[in-house]
Ligand binder design. Structure first.
Ligand code: TXA
Ligand code: MG
Length: 343
């Protein structure tokens, strides 16, 4: 696997970007940074290229991919029509962490949409991603560049950990800015529906749209959680099982102390407000609970930090669900094998 650090990361003519684009135009897969997380890209119009993504990630083929574009014309080429709401949203939030689901016209390779009649499209707000799209001249299908089930990569090194030897190349653009994936918004119904909370918050969408709905499956995700530890990991899984603790700081401390009395080696992920009250190591501080955008940036790196050989359980606090906190908590609930609540 080739690693490049482009000299001119916003220039489509940069030698590394040109080389990456050449590989993409030869049906290879290449990882690149976006403002959210690293993506694993392939020519969205080429079925063989796209199948390389599923293979490298070990991704189930029934999970559709997001198509990345660098201009509106590429959107026109892939959808039947653009709903009015989608126009307003592109105007307000593109380039940016918002994926719009629209009716596909079949121009994208069929494995991109996993056989669905709809397609998810976004314009990433990252100079290197946009330069690569320009250099390639094609829309790029790109899921997060992690092995299926692992936390999404926010650094080139995370991609290397997961995909070295499995992809043609990795473009290194440093640490990503948002840290969590884009918001996925279904624009095919009268009232747009948030299918995945992400970098653009519901509050931000409501400044542009009169009504925004939330997929009922999101609200129900808590009760779907297996109630005992050690059950099968699903998404964003760290090496050791993650427990999510909902309640006051004193309750968190009680849980931590109980686990330690039981002989468990516990790793903690906490805001610096909580971390300051703990007499414990190891603790990873992931920012202030009043600055959830900071927590978003650090979350996936924190989930990758603890090694199975070092800790038996990872304990993390629950955050407010305001703003980007909705996305932070969505990912933590999915990553957790156990939710421990005070009441
Ligand atoms: O920020 C992001 O969105 C990153 C960067 C690389 O752009 N990409 C990303 O892709 O997170 P991925 O594959 O990890 O997540 C794509 C999500 C999945 O939950 C998938 O089910 C949903 O988008 N999705 C894609 N196409 C869809 C469609 N036609 N209908 C419903 N959901 C769709
Ligand atoms: Mg993903």
């Amino acid at each position: 696997t080739k690693m490049w650090i482009p000299e001119n990361p916003s220039d489509p003519k940069d030698a590394s970007i040109q080389e990456a684009a050449r590989l993409l135009n030869h049906q290879e897969v290449v990882a690149f940074p976006t403002e959210t997380v690293y993506g694993l890209g392939a020519d969205a119009t080429n079925e063989k290229a796209v199948s390389g993504i599923f293979e490298a990630k070990g991704r189930p083929s029934d999970n559709p991919l997001i198509v990345h574009v660098s201009n509106r014309e590429q959107v026109d080429l892939m959808v039947n029509h653009i709903p009015d709401v989608a126009y307003s949203l592109m105007e307000a939030f593109w380039p940016g962490p918002l994926t719009l689901i629209m009716e596909s016209n079949g121009a994208a390779a069929s494995n991109v949409t996993a056989g669905l009649s709809t397609i998810g499209i976004r314009m990433p707000n990252h100079p290197l991603a946009l330069a690569l799209l320009e250099a390639t001249g094609k829309p790029l299908a790109a899921p997060s560049a992690n092995r299926s089930g692992r936390p999404s990569p926010t650094k080139a090194d995370h991609v290397k950990q997961d995909l070295d030897g499995r992809v043609a190349g990795i473009l290194d653009g440093g640490t990503t800015g948002v840290g969590l994936e884009s918001t996925v918004l279904d624009c095919t119904s009268d009232v747009p529906v948030i299918l995945r909370p992400g970098g653009i918050t519901k509050e931000q969408l409501e400044e542009v749209l009169p009504h925004v709905a939330i997929d009922p499956a999101l609200a129900g995700s808590e009760s779907d959680k297996p109630k005992s530890p050690g059950m099968k990991y699903t998404h964003y899984a760290p090496e050791s099982p993650l427990w999510l603790v909902e309640g006051e700081d004193d309750f968190f401390i009680e849980q931590l102390e109980q686990l330690k009395r039981d002989g468990q080696r516990v790793g903690v992920i906490a805001s610096h407000e909580l971390a300051g009250k703990l007499d414990h190591a190891p603790v990873i501080r992931c920012g202030s609970r009043d600055q959830l955008s900071e927590v978003a940036v650090k979350l996936y790196d924190a989930l990758r930090e603890f090694k199975r050989s070092e800790v038996d359980i990872i304990l993390t606090e629950a955050f407010s669900e305001k703003g980007v906190g909705a996305a932070v908590m969505n990912r933590l609930r999915k990553a957790a094998v156990q939710v421990v609540s005070e009441d």
